[in-house]
Design a protein around this ligand. Structure first.
Ligand SMILES: Cc1cc2nc3c(=O)[nH]c(=O)nc-3n(C[C@H](O)[C@H](O)[C@H](O)COP(=O)(O)OP(=O)(O)OC[C@H]3O[C@@H](n4cnc5c(N)ncnc54)[C@H](O)[C@@H]3O)c2cc1C
Length: 406
């Protein structure tokens, strides 16, 4: 399909509508919470407040099929929505329900599961986390050991999940569990939906290098889960899991945010830092400018990949395993390049500071580049992006197999 990066009059009408919505609904406290967030995602209270506003406007999950409450927007209109939200400083919300679980339910969920779970994730009432990884089972996910044993109409689940993002806020978790030991490890896995309030679930925090509490270890001790909460047939959860991973890695929706971050980086690099140091703008340094140019080119490639991905999704196709791995690498590379240059612009003012000493103040006045204090934490948080959702090495293995046929 030929790609057209220009915007039509109808696209511009959507932009005006989105801007008007943001003017009315994106309050100062939401923007402030979003800017203060040094981790990947805002906390549950802010996420819910924003999701409720989006839902009330009919934009709770803009990329869903219209039949389930999506907008029917074109790739250009989806891009515009995300660009305007990012530019206005809308919260970055963890959407493991709407973005990851929902496409799996569209394809493999029962009618009862769709009726029960989709409206609640759309409205923001339910907040989901992802129970895939275990200690010792990350890249080699199919080796997972959390057991689910049948007991009448229930499973009894025992085991532990790790790196579970926002498990401390989530009221539901989708989990891969072992229900069989015959054949290849992939053949004995089932996909379960579990309420986090079920007796036997315990959540322990893991604090990241950036000082944030975003990930956790979840312990499941004799947790009783109705068989009706299984998505797809018993022992065939690997198929559901892989489908979901395609959306986790490659359903797009990031390029607009990267564009805004890149624009902000350029702006800050072109200014002389405030304060007594009197340093010249970093954009004047030819070596830095050359790296900025490389980043621009990589960004344009990402934009191209994203628009072609969105065009496929809008046409009702799914991302595809090789294409989603390519997308993940491209999007994370751009993110990490932006964060590396952002930290370079910030210099030592960007060093994360857990001791309460501000390097950004000198005799009561602000010094250093704008928002420098967030650059260090942003850089450290961004390093995790080439690990979560499957490491870069694992994505390259998938590309070698699925795209190159090696
Ligand atoms: C911030 C963050 C948030 C996360 N959130 C979640 C979440 O919400 N839910 C969830 O289930 N998981 C989550 N994860 C876990 C994530 O999916 C795993 O960390 C990831 O899959 C890697 O697994 P691992 O940590 O066990 O590393 P390992 O699998 O032990 O890998 C260690 C190193 O070996 C390399 N390696 C492993 N196998 C191969 C191979 N075959 N070929 C080449 N190189 C290889 C890897 O690339 C990596 O560099 C999160 C992780 C992070 C860092």
């Amino acid at each position: 399909m030929p790609l057209n990066f220009s915007f039509s009059a109808e696209d511009e009408r959507v932009r005006a509508e989105v801007r008007e919505f943001l003017r009315e609904e994106l309050t100062d406290d939401l923007v402030a919470a979003s800017r203060r967030c040094s981790g990947m995602f805002v906390d549950r209270r802010i996420a819910r407040a924003w999701q409720e506003k989006l839902h009330a406007r009919g934009w709770g999950a803009v990329a869903w099929p219209v039949a389930y409450g999506g907008t029917g927007w074109s790739p250009a209109q989806l891009f515009i929505f995300r660009e305007e939200c990012a530019r206005a400083g809308a919260p970055s919300v963890l959407n493991q329900g709407t973005n990851l679980l929902a496409p799996a339910l569209f394809a493999y969920g029962s009618e009862a599961q769709k009726a029960s779970y989709l409206p609640a994730m759309l409205s923001g009432e339910h907040y989901w986390c992802q129970g895939y990884s275990e200690p010792g089972s990350g890249s080699d996910l199919a080796s997972l050991q959390t057991r689910a044993v049948r007991d009448g109409d229930d499973y009894i689940v025992n085991g532990t999940k790790i790196w579970t993002t926002h498990a401390q806020y989530a009221d539901h978790i989708f989990c891969l569990v072992r229900t069989g030991t015959e054949g290849r490890p992939q053949q004995g896995i089932s996909f379960l939906l579990i309420g986090m309030q079920t007796p036997g679930i315990r959540v322990e925090p893991i604090i990241t290098l950036a000082g944030d509490h975003e990930v956790n270890q979840v312990f499941l001790d004799n947790v009783r889960v109705p068989v009706g909460n299984r998505v797809g047939p018993e022992n065939q959860g690997w198929t559901v899991a892989k489908h979901l991973l395609e959306y986790e890695r490659g359903s797009g929706g990031v390029a607009a945010g990267r564009k805004v971050a890149l624009d902000e980086l350029k702006q800050v690099a072109m200014q002389a830092p405030a304060g007594p140091a009197g340093r010249a703008p970093l954009a004047d340094d030819p070596a830095f400018a050359a790296r900025l140019c490389t980043l621009e080119i990589r960004f344009q490639a990402l934009e191209f990949i994203e628009w072609s991905t969105l065009a496929r999704l809008v046409a009702g196709q799914h991302p595809g395993s090789g294409a989603s791995s390519q997308f993940k690498i491209a999007s994370v590379d751009v993110q990490q390049m932006i964060e590396t240059l952002r930290l370079e612009v910030a210099g030592h003012y960007g060093i994360p500071n857990h001791a309460g000493i501000s390097l950004n103040e000198h005799e009561g006045a602000r010094v250093g580049p704008a928002d420098a204090e967030l650059a260090g934490a942003g850089y450290l948080t961004g390093r995790a992006a080439s690990i979560y959702g499957g490491s870069h090495q694992v994505q390259r293995n998938i590309i070698a197999k699925a795209v190159l046929g090696l």
